[in-house]
Write a protein that binds this ligand. Sequence first.
Ligand SMILES: [Zn+2]
Length: 291
Amino acid sequence: MKNYNYGCLEKEIDILKKLYPNTEWGTIGKSVCGKELFYIRLGQGKKAISFNGAHHGMEWITSAMLMRFVKDYLLCEKENKPLGGFLPQKLSQNASLYIIPMVNPDGVELATGGMVEKDMKQINPGGDFRRWQANANGVDLNHNYDALWQKSKSMEREYGIFGPGPTRYSGEAPFSEPETRALAEFTVKHDFEMIIAFHSQGKVIYHGFEGKEPPLSLKIAKAFECVSEYKIDRTQGIASFGGYKDWFVDKLQRPGFTVEVGEGRNPLPIENLPIIYRETLPILLGAMTVV
Ligand SMILES: [Zn+2]
């Protein structure tokens, strides 16, 4: 097995398009370096929900996990077989699930030793991208959403952040980046009832933002806790503002979650994928039943 990068995602989507021509595939926009921000739709139900992965470059295992789910789901749906105790054909009547497996393809390329179509010397003169979380502008996408963004910005100095770089730089302004703008526009357009942003690592579920989450958020988080080994937690410090889940909860007051998958030090090795998939499958499937 090898690291899961943008090329792997493109190839898998090409193959799946041929195998499942009736499935809706598309792109929500482009990255700084022009890579596609792909989405896949599972199900035709009235309630629209959304999952996304790899806001952060080193966390590409979340893209691999979501694509494994897409493959299993489509196969079981086609053959009318159960997946993790659920029948995808039934789930598909209840919900429409939009999956954006790789929000930050440039960051994933950089973190996995690939190249981007941009001179990165100014942003990262050392040239070591192994611990790169940001996009190709050196902006941490999960600090770039318009949800108390100024608080994230004002805390940068105490975290030793003075400009574009590998992590935690919030950008010049909220939504300064094409990736965050594209995901926000897509979210508003589809009016999602619920979202889950997958990150790594820690085996925890975050559901709150400044008390703006509806009571249903805690109920769903507790249900996720019951079906997985993951535990409800609260974010701290600079990680508490400017994220996609924060923006979603703040703007729509609907259930939004960040789920940190797996355990260890980022980047988690691809060998951890089977166990991560086993742990998260009940959450992925369960999410399609709760709205
Ligand atoms: Zn992350």
